[in-house]
Design a protein around this ligand. Structure first.
Ligand code: ATP
Length: 273
């Protein structure tokens, strides 16, 4: 038995509508992931090559994971998600076996998506700082080459899409970004004002708000906030309403004021890539 857990297979239940803003990212994902599954013959008729692997990159908390789940859900693809570090084993050969097993399961459950969250944690740069001393460097080298072999092997088969996300594209081994590997890069940026309005509307769906709550104004006042930060603001506003009155039935603008004082943007402007 392997020391590494088997990756569960699911079709997630996230709709495009559950993700505020990000319209061009959704469009790019549909083209890169959904079309090759749905319109294979049309694509080959026009000589359009689907990307082999798709990499979502951008600051944390900006919906990369949600987007991956949504594209699987909307295209009805089986979804096998792994976090970078989860496949890393200290036992020689285990990680490579886990990767091979993962791709085998994806092929047997095709049409499917393998999603590597935090790809940098799986395979950092070979020369990079996390390669560290001898043992670790050797391990990530073998893991990387196993991953590349599996991706190259998908060439003829179709039916399996490889999707990955990272906050640190600069830490990835350049071999991963060559043609035929992760050859479609999609930037998932911090939300702009319009996107923040949409994200807040999504997050306020289940939150009864008082008439004085001005979502447009909240969007103006949350420049630099990620989607995850906005979720925290909504959560804190709800808590502030309850703190004031345990019987509260609505969240008012003053509760959002309190929340804005408590929740600061988590992403430094310089890391918006
Ligand atoms: P990380 O890099 O930290 O893994 P991520 O980019 O994968 O982050 P998610 O995990 O998808 O981000 O988002 C975190 C949470 O933030 C989501 O579960 C959701 O509650 C909220 N969120 C982020 N972006 C959006 C959005 N565009 N619309 C609605 N909710 C969002």
């Amino acid at each position: 038995p392997s020391a590494l857990r088997e990756v569960p297979i699911e079709i997630p239940a996230v709709r495009w509508d559950d993700i505020g803003g990000m319209h061009s990212v959704k469009q790019a994902l549909q083209e890169a992931v959904e079309w090759p599954h749905k319109a294979q013959s049309a694509m080959s008729r026009l000589g359009a090559q689907p990307p082999r692997g798709v990499l979502l990159f951008g600051p944390p908390g900006c919906s990369k994971t949600l987007l991956a789940r949504a594209v699987a859900s909307e295209a009805r693809l089986n979804f096998l998600a792994v976090k970078g570090g989860e496949l890393v084993s200290k036992y020689v050969g285990e990680s490579e076996k886990a990767i091979a097993g993962l791709f085998a399961r994806a092929r047997s459950t095709a049409p499917s998506i393998i999603f590597f969250d935090e790809l940098d944690g799986l395979v950092g740069s070979r020369g990079g700082p996390e390669a560290g001393g001898g043992g670790t460097a050797g391990m990530s080298e073998r893991l990387l080459s196993q991953l590349l072999t599996e991706m190259d092997g998908l060439l003829e088969r179709g039916g399996v899409t490889v999707l990955a996300a990272t906050n640190r594209p600069d830490c990835l081994d350049p071999a991963l970004l060559r043609p035929g590997r992760f050859d479609r890069l999609i930037h998932v940026p911090l939300p702009d004002r319009d996107a923040r309005v949409e994200i807040l509307r999504v997050q306020l769906r289940c939150c009864p708000v008082a008439a004085d709550v001005d979502v447009e104004l909240l969007a103006v006042r949350t420049a630099g906030y990620s989607g995850a930060d906005l979720a925290a603001v909504v959560r804190e506003a709800g808590l502030a309403a309850l703190e004031e009155d345990l019987g509260a039935e609505q969240v008012a603008m003053r509760h959002f004021e309190t929340a804005l004082r408590l929740v600061a943007p988590s992403v430094q402007p310089s890391t918006n890539m």
